[in-house]
Design a protein around this ligand. Structure first.
Ligand SMILES: Cc1cc2nc3c(=O)[nH]c(=O)nc-3n(C[C@H](O)[C@H](O)[C@H](O)COP(=O)(O)OP(=O)(O)OC[C@H]3O[C@@H](n4cnc5c(N)ncnc54)[C@H](O)[C@@H]3O)c2cc1C
Length: 489
């Protein structure tokens, strides 16, 4: 049996590996000349940059793929657990370091915020509970099969509904339990991990801190691109064939059953097709003649980002691998990100420096700064103009806090706008995570992983169930494989 995967994003790679292990002769068609989509890398003047994702959680989902293929993940995919997940710089000069180890974290919370650490730890326990009751139901299975609800996990979740934050907004939930405004801002930030707005999103998103605090934050030994690079190699070892610079131009169907895809190479036949292309463009560009699920395609999209990749000619001891420089008015910032108001001139700035761990990522005595702010998804804004304004604001903010003129430190530079994200990866409106999770029903309004109208057509990746971000993309691949295993092809 032959299978085709459209796109070599993290979900496409994981799906291809799983299909090959199931015995399918699998081919991946990729529009770009490189593997990995958003999770890829590039170099400028001796500086190496991961293009998109920088925070790595749930590495066991990558390891599982190596184990599935009989390989030792410790050898094939080495990574480290971070002792400190992030440094937070507040506008008034407060610095908070988020440690993994509970005793260190408790001490830091008490010293920095003058808050009883138990209040903080209890809030993390709430996150752990949510993860325990919800992850199995909402992250690991298809939501479109009745039998997936008929089990003890669902009963347990129903019994714990009052604790699951279904009726609160995330910001209100944190304020109710934590009160301290700086800690509320700290917990609010986790909403951005799937491109949502903490002032709108349901409190169920408090499931996210457990991934970082409870399970941990990790770093692949050679940078984030090692995730897709090692999976690409694994896929090849499993016999998967890759065709780069080969965009799929249509999905071909016959009598409501998939029969293959069309590319510049002509028609390629397959019994199964899995699209890792954004679901919006999958329908609009590859299946224009079919009926589209418009109510799902028109759901609110997640936020996007402006990213500056800066080669910096010195090193900063004050900074770690992950650093956040908070905005003073977070609510106002999110109104700008949601497009309700103009983009805020005091954005929260994220600086990721992989050369802190991978010394070869920057020339000696220098650092590679990945500098990102969240912005609305692309609605045709003048991004070149907004980027110039953001660059000025970011430089001013970082220069004030770090007490160094950052503009004078930049020796290499590139940037990525929402428009650029859309054109390079086909992500609709340049959204980083597919749909936003700002409504209670968001989980149910993502597109399913199996077509309801076309037999043997499946979907994986950040724009479909269970959502965006590396862990969920990997889970989408697993769900596709499970659905396929129980289907009659
Ligand atoms: C700036 C940024 C920061 C992020 N930070 C994090 C983070 O810290 N942690 C985290 O977990 N996640 C993060 N994310 C989100 C994460 O990167 C994505 O959720 C994930 O990588 C999406 O993977 P995917 O499998 O959906 O495919 P994508 O990476 O979107 O790739 C899709 C692939 O399909 C190809 N394609 C599209 N159309 C066609 C076609 N017609 N024919 C052939 N090929 C096609 C594209 O070229 C692309 O290679 C971030 C994203 C961005 C952009």
């Amino acid at each position: 049996m032959k299978a085709i995967v459209i796109g070599s994003g993290i979900a496409g790679l994981a799906t291809a590996i799983r299909l090959a292990r199931m015995g399918y002769h699998t081919q991946v068609f990729e529009a770009n000349s490189f593997v990995g989509g958003k999770l890829s890398e590039f170099n400028i003047n001796g500086f190496r940059f991961d293009r998109g994702p920088s925070l790595f959680t749930m590495p066991q989902l990558v390891e599982e793929l190596f184990e599935l293929c009989g390989k030792n993940p410790a050898v094939e995919f080495p990574y480290i657990k971070l002792d400190e997940s992030c440094r937070y710089f507040y506008a008034d000069g407060t610095l908070f370091r988020s440690f993994h180890e509970t005793s260190k974290l408790s001490q830091e919370v008490e010293e920095v915020f003058q808050v009883d650490a138990q209040v903080f730890l209890k809030h993390l326990q709430r996150s752990k509970n949510m993860h325990q009751y919800l992850s199995n139901i909402f992250m690991e299975r298809s939501l479109h099969r009745l039998k997936n609800y008929l089990n003890t996990d669902t009963l347990k979740a129903v019994a714990h509904i009052p604790q699951l934050g279904l009726f609160d907004r995330l910001h209100d939930y944190h304020t109710k339990h934590i009160k301290h405004p700086k800690l509320v801002q700290y917990f609010n930030r986790f909403a951005t991990y799937n491109g949502s707005n903490p002032y709108k999103a349901p409190a169920t998103l408090h499931i996210i801190p457990h991934l970082e605090h409870g399970i941990g934050a990790f770093f692949p030994k050679n940078g984030m691109h090692q995730i897709t690079n090692s999976l690409y190699q694994l896929a090849q070892q499993c016999g998967v064939q890759f065709h780069f610079n080969t965009p799929v131009t249509s999905i071909v169907t016959h009598k409501q059953k998939v029969s293959g895809v069309q590319t510049q190479l002509g028609f390629t036949e397959a019994e199964v097709v899995v699209s890792n292309m954004d679901i919006y463009h999958t329908y609009k560009k590859l299946m224009p003649q079919t009926k589209h699920p418009e109510n799902i395609l028109k759901q609110e999209k997640s936020s996007s980002a402006l990213i500056f990749y800066w080669g910096i000619k010195t090193t900063f001891n004050k900074l770690g691998l992950h650093n956040i420089f908070f905005s003073e008015d977070y609510k106002r910032e999110f109104e700008g990100i949601s497009g309700e108001k103009e983009m805020h001139d005091d954005p929260t700035v994220y600086v990721n420096i992989t050369s802190k761990h991978c010394k070869t990522d920057a020339p000696q005595g220098m650092e590679n700064w990945f500098v990102m702010i969240n912005v609305p998804h692309n609605n045709g804004q003048n991004w070149e103009q907004l980027m110039a304004r953001a660059r000025q604001n970011i430089i001013q903010k970082l220069s004030n806090i770090l007490k160094v003129n950052i503009a004078e430190q930049i020796v290499a530079e590139q940037h990525w706008t929402p428009q650029g994200i859309e054109s390079l990866t086909s992500s609709y409106k340049g959204a980083l995570y597919g749909n936003a999770s700002n409504s209670k029903m968001s989980a149910f309004l993502r597109h399913r992983n199996q077509s309801a109208t076309c037999k043997n057509l499946y979907f994986c990746g950040g724009s479909v169930h269970p959502g965006g971000g590396i862990p969920l993309c990997l889970l989408s691949a697993k769900i596709v494989a499970d659905l396929l295993a129980s289907a009659e092809v």
